[in-house]
Design a protein around this ligand. Structure first.
Ligand SMILES: Nc1ncnc2c1ncn2[C@@H]1O[C@H](COP(=O)(O)OP(=O)(O)OP(=O)(O)O)[C@@H](O)[C@H]1O
Length: 597
């Protein structure tokens, strides 16, 4: 904060002083004027500025300087209370409307649409006229003025929060929050809404400024605060009629004061915005945390990961027609593993929700047994991530599962309601999604994310949840876990963030782990450490793993079987050794040939 203040340009520092002065006057103003701000003195009527009355006197002979010192209390108090009401009403409505809109059901979309149309009706009236009508109908008491100003400003916050939540709800950290078992509402309010806070804070400051203007405007037209209460709009109104007779001071000073106050609130919002941004407040003084000693030392893999990396996208030296053949019985021979399946997928087909266009996932089928690791490989755009999202029921809102079955043990996942799904996620089915840093809430410390994830499933105190978080971070090999709990995601290295995500995914000892490119973006050594960690923690507990990767070397080293995807279909599934020794499908042969020396 200190460095933010120091870096401000001079004019902003001046505005900040005006803002601080306004707040000071709001609290103490009525008590510090040299004269009474309300007692009339007809003998001193309309005296020009002088040493005795610095800003002159008004039509009632009251010292204008003393009234100006007292007036901000009225305007600012009304504006602040009204704006607080607007935020308290507007922000939750905005979150709910956004969540309704992001659902695909007709009913929820209709409800969101109705709410937005109603807001448009409110906003279609000129705000000032609307506030005047409200005050005229219900009377010009202070409470009614506050209610009117709050009412006309509420839609601003609804719209602002709605648009922010709509754009943020698809972000990786929000998806991750849902994947670890948070309800949609909890994700919306606890994970997404704080990210809209920066814009809301700026808007609050601008709105308070506007609300001061509105309050003054209502008083100016005689519908607001009544004399003799010192109030800027009323002072301007009473002074304006003397402008034509060259008595400028009763209107000019309150006019300038009003302009400066409104302006200072707008600028203060910007300054606050900069100061609240965690990267701004902590970025300078905090160097990125060192990786520190980490967990299990990896053993040498049989196949070196670097050498096996498949460049993306895979060039197609073989004509496309060579790969066009339908997968047949031979290429899908090992599609069903032996033993009772933990996950069984049949005929899964995903496409646009309005059923237009070709499916993006077409007739996907495979199964996964206890303790097994199935690698899903394929070129970019083949549908690997979409498969993961479909399994986790996190299909983007523009897409939908058109057909098929996803069975987790005896449960049909596609038939579950949100509550049942939430219980399964994280408790029994866990996910690690790509780009760990983006999965973690940018404005929430690692500790709060972990505690919230633990408490989403267990009724335990925050202290117990914190102790558990420290144990978990230790188990994923993070040094100094208590300090890591206080860190924001941007203060972690990629490898550390990924370890936190592994801890989050495995905290409830799931028996199915779905990992989508869990090491994307990490350097090769860290990749191996993270994959070994998953293997040690999940594999040794018998957790079945579906590991999506674009790296055949990773699939070769860590997976029991490999499934190859191309253009939304699984074209081959085989045991890992057999797959690399003798790939059956022409496209698999091409993939394997790309990584063999
Ligand atoms: N929200 C969406 N709306 C429409 N199409 C989508 C959407 N998300 C993905 N797709 C399409 O689905 C197909 C599969 O995408 P997906 O992200 O699953 O590929 P991928 O195999 O994971 O690729 P990569 O390895 O590059 O992440 C692509 O053609 C993509 O354009």
């Amino acid at each position: 904060m200190k460095s933010t203040l120091r870096d401000l340009p001079v004019w902003q520092k001046v505005v900040l002083v005006i803002f601080a002065g306004t707040i000071f006057l709001t609290v103490f103003g009525p008590h510090i004027g040299p004269y009474s701000a309300t007692t009339a003195s007809p003998a001193d009527r309309l005296m020009p500025p002088s040493a005795e009355h610095w800003f002159g006197t008004d039509e009632n002979g009251i010292d204008i300087f003393s009234r100006l010192l007292a007036a901000p209390r009225t305007d600012v108090t009304i504006a602040v209370i009204a704006t607080a009401i607007s935020v308290i009403l507007g922000a939750p409505i905005g979150v709910v409307v956004a969540l309704l809109e992001s659902r695909r059901t007709r009913r929820s979309r209709a409800a969101a649409e109705t709410a937005m149309r109603l807001l448009e009706v409110v906003q279609a009236f000129p705000v000032f006229v609307f506030a005047m009508v409200l005050v005229a109908v219900f009377g010009g008491t202070t409470l009614n003025i506050i209610a009117a100003v709050a009412f006309v400003n509420t839609p601003v916050f609804v719209r602002l929060v709605r648009s922010d939540v709509l754009s943020l709800i698809q972000q990786p950290f929000a998806e991750a929050a849902r994947a670890i078992g948070n309800t949609e509402m909890r994700t919306g309010f606890r994970h997404v809404l704080p990210n809209a806070a920066e814009r809301v804070v700026v808007q609050i400051s601008v709105t308070v400024g506007f609300a001061i203007l509105l309050t003054a405007g209502l008083s100016f037209v005689g519908a607001g605060v009544r004399p003799p209460t010192p109030e800027l709009g009323g002072m301007i109104a009473s002074g304006a009629k003397y402008l034509i007779v060259d008595q400028w001071w009763p209107a000019l000073f309150p006019g300038v004061a009003l302009g400066l106050i409104v302006f200072s609130f707008g600028v203060f919002g910007e300054i606050l915005n900069k100061a609240l941004e965690p990267r701004a407040t902590r970025g300078d003084g905090h160097r990125p945390m060192d990786e520190g000693p980490t967990g299990p030392v990896p053993t040498e893999p049989d196949i070196p990961i670097q050498e096996a990396t498949v460049p993306e996208p895979v060039p197609d030296p073989v004509p496309a027609s060579a790969f066009a053949g339908e997968p047949d019985g031979s290429t899908l021979a090992a599609g069903a593993a032996e033993g009772p399946a933990i996950l069984a997928v049949r005929g899964l087909t995903v496409g646009r929700w309005d059923e237009r266009g070709a499916p993006l996932l077409d007739d996907i089928g495979f199964s996964l047994v206890e303790g097994e690791c199935l690698g899903v490989v394929g070129e970019s755009g083949s549908g690997k991530s979409l498969l993961v999202r479909s399994l986790l029921q996190l299909v983007p809102p523009t897409l939908a599962v058109r057909d098929g079955e996803i069975r987790y043990r005896d449960t049909d996942l596609l038939g579950l309601d949100k509550g049942q799904l939430r219980k399964l996620r994280s408790n029994q089915i866990a996910a690690i999604l790509p780009n760990a840093k983006a999965q973690l809430h940018p404005l929430i410390t690692v500790g709060r994310t972990m505690i919230s994830a633990i408490q989403a499933h267990e009724r335990i105190s925050s202290r117990e949840a914190r102790d558990r978080s420290i144990e978990l971070l230790t188990s994923v090999g993070l040094s100094d876990p208590a300090r890591r709990l206080e860190a924001y995601p941007h203060e972690l290295s990629g490898g550390m963030a990924q370890r936190v995500c592994v801890a989050l995914a495995l905290m409830h000892r799931p028996d199915l782990l779905i990992a989508d490119e869990p090491t994307a973006g990490l350097d090769v050594t860290i990749q191996r450490q993270v994959l070994d960690l998953i293997e040690t923690l999940a594999g040794n507990r018998g957790t079945a793993r579906l590991l999506v990767t674009g790296d055949l070397g990773i699939a070769a080293h860590y997976c029991d079987r490999v499934a190859v995807m191309r253009a939304g279909r699984i074209i081959e599934i085989n045991e890992t050794r057999a797959f690399f020794a003798n790939p059956r499908h022409a496209y698999s042969q091409h993939l394997v040939s790309c990584v063999q020396p």
